[in-house]
Design a protein around this ligand. Sequence first.
Ligand code: UDP
Ligand code: MG
Length: 319
Amino acid sequence: MSEVELTVVVPMYNEQEVIPLFVERLRPLAQGWGVTYEILCVDDGSSDATPVLLQRLRREWDAVRVVRLRTNAGHQAAISAGLQRARGRYVVTIDADLQDPPEVIGEMLRTAREEHADVVYGVRSDRSSDTTFKRVTARAFYRSIRALSDVDARVDAGDFRLMSRATVDAVNALPEHNRVLRLVVPALGFPSASVEYRRAPRAAGESKYPLATMIRLSVDGVTGFSTAPLRFATWLGLLGGLAAVVVLVFALVSMLMGNTLPGWTSTVVIVAAVGAVQLLALGILGEYVGRTYTALQARPAYFVAHDSLDAAADAPPSA
Ligand code: UDP
Ligand code: MG
């Protein structure tokens, strides 16, 4: 497709304090990669000096490409924009704030080539720079994802990863919105490897991930990979039905023993039964909405790793 071997995708939202530090650290490393590369900076609708800094940077470093989004589309969408436009045979996505050490990029590339891996995850060996709150919520997030869906997402692997061209093409081919890449990429099932790194504190500026955005990401993650929450009402309804039977028996017995007010028995039984029926009906609706949703996501039902027929077609004709 092109001669670019490595694309480094860097989402940036109001990162004016960080950009000079990032470039200063990345540039000498890039010279040591020994491959043709492009640095694809995705300006996620920044409202500070980020676009100005990026234009200036582009003039003095010809490997730099700048894609500017018109609005702040969010971290995941900014990365997706970068993946759509990356030209490299390998693509690394990395945060601009130096929390992901750029030194690891070279190691990822080496690992991908040596281990023939399509995906190399950056795995955080040490999160001591994150707050306790962030660590606890992150763990809860991965736990619930694993419980609710069958995606084998690596704990402590964020969005610092390398992907092969085949992987990037597969991600780009998915039509869905609001995807959570750290779940989508493992779900594609490409051969993978990992590289450990220490997550550093943010080099400058402030986190662009307020709590509300973290919650949004978790909700997108769960709803993107599971319709279990929709089915919740079914179970509640079944439980409610059981409870209604118990209430019915209790109310009848009380009535026969003659220690109830007139009308109490029928009221209680009706309330319990109607509640159960409503929950069941909601659950059934949920089942169908879930199916509609899955159909709408239009994800392939399977991903073929290899077909020997294609391999035969590629082979040189035997004489
Ligand atoms: N980012 C972005 N769009 C957003 C929020 C963040 O492109 O709406 C970028 C940001 O510039 C940084 C990366 O995503 O390069 C990670 O964001 P941040 O460091 O603020 O998140 P945290 O590390 O605190 O989770
Ligand atoms: Mg950060």
